[in-house]
Write a protein of this length. Structure first.
Length: 344
């Protein structure tokens, strides 16, 4: 199936972590193993060079952006998975990254406005942000990104998203403000743009994953759905996430929402709070993902490029708690059965 059709139908797209050695150098064996895991788990796409991959790789002094994108492509090129590259920085940098991603064969660029100077402040106007996005869209199809203000995002209006949806090469929007009002602004804007059959809506709301996916949004006589997710949360326990989305899609066709999903939704959110360190303003979010992957054997450790980036006090205990409380959510059995082949 062509990638645009898969995107519109709804896909599990994990945000790809960065595998490092104890010396904080790229661990090529485990970086490849992660990509193989996501594909084997049934993920229909992968996002590389995004926040979960650590934005520091975009720094030329670190020098990992191109190697990491190339490595993922070598694992992805034999299949038809959706390939999303993270794009950051001021317009000249964003255009360089967009050209590289397109050259390597990525389908779309997830454009982070948080990495654009002054984007999180009032110094950058909506018009300037839209001009930036239009420039990138001339190079590669754009996956929009509404990032929560707590981690560097900016509140963006309904009118911003309506104008954004009118950019011809916009193919999807990751909605991640962690806010119901702002989530509705995006859905309503896409409905108003008349491009609701062309732009795929994806959840990044880690606090509301299941209910985002299960909810029909009735807007102006239309019914829109958030079709899939591009999530750091889906970088772990991915096999279970694939099964969940398949079940949601099947139930959605029957227009039914099992009562059990209301409880399951809260269990997923509780797990995310532990992994992403919600209690400490998400300080340990990447280290938390790494810790789960370390326990499964996919990573050798939870090292980040920044030595100061690690689990917060009490976060390990929280991960222990959700592991014990929700064993039905993990895919440890799946990883155990296949880890040796992914590491080969």
């Amino acid at each position: 199936m062509p990638w645009r059709e898969t995107l519109l139908q709804g896909a599990v797209i994990p945000a790809h972590p960065l595998a490092l050695t104890a010396g904080r150098k790229l661990d090529e064996q485990r970086q490849r193993a992660l990509t193989r895991y996501y594909l084997a788990a049934g993920a229909q796409g992968v996002a590389v060079g995004v926040h979960t991959t650590q934005f520091a790789i975009h720094d030329p002094k670190i020098g990992l952006y191109r190697p990491v994108l190339e490595m993922a492509m070598e694992e992805l090129k034999a299949g038809d998975a959706i390939r999303v590259a993270g794009i950051v920085g001021p317009t000249p940098q964003a255009l360089r990254e967009a050209r590289l991603a397109a050259e390597l064969g990525y389908h779309a660029g997830l454009v982070s406005l948080a990495a654009l100077p002054h984007a999180a402040s009032t110094q950058a106007t909506d018009g300037e942000l839209l001009d930036h996005l239009r420039a990138v869209a001339e190079v590669i199809p754009v996956f929009g990104f509404y990032l929560q203000p707590a981690v560097g995002g900016r509140t963006l209006s309904f009118e911003f998203w309506r104008q954004f949806a009118e950019i011809g090469n916009v193919v999807a929007i990751k909605i991640a403000p962690f806010n119901r009002y702002q989530t509705l602004d995006v859905v309503r804007a896409v409905a108003a743009s008349g491009r609701d059959h062309e732009i795929a809506l994806y959840t990044g709301n880690d606090d509301n994953i299941l209910l985002d996916l299960a909810t029909p949004f009735r807007m102006g006589g239309k019914t829109l759905r958030i079709r899939g997710g591009l999530l750091g949360h889906w970088a772990v326990w991915t096999r279970a996430a694939v099964n969940l989305l398949s079940e949601i899609q099947a139930e959605g066709e029957r227009n039914a929402v099992p009562r059990e999903w209301l409880s399951l939704a809260q269990e997923i959110t509780d797990s995310n709070a532990a992994f992403f360190d919600a209690a400490n303003g998400f300080h340990g979010c990447i280290a938390g993902i790494h810790e789960v992957l370390r326990r499964q054997g996919l990573l050798a450790g939870r090292w980040c490029l920044d030595p100061a980036e690690d689990l917060s006090a009490g976060q390990m205990e929280e991960i222990d708690r959700v592991y014990q409380a929700y064993p039905h959510l993990n895919d440890d059995w799946f990883v155990t059965d296949h880890l040796d082949e992914w590491l080969a």
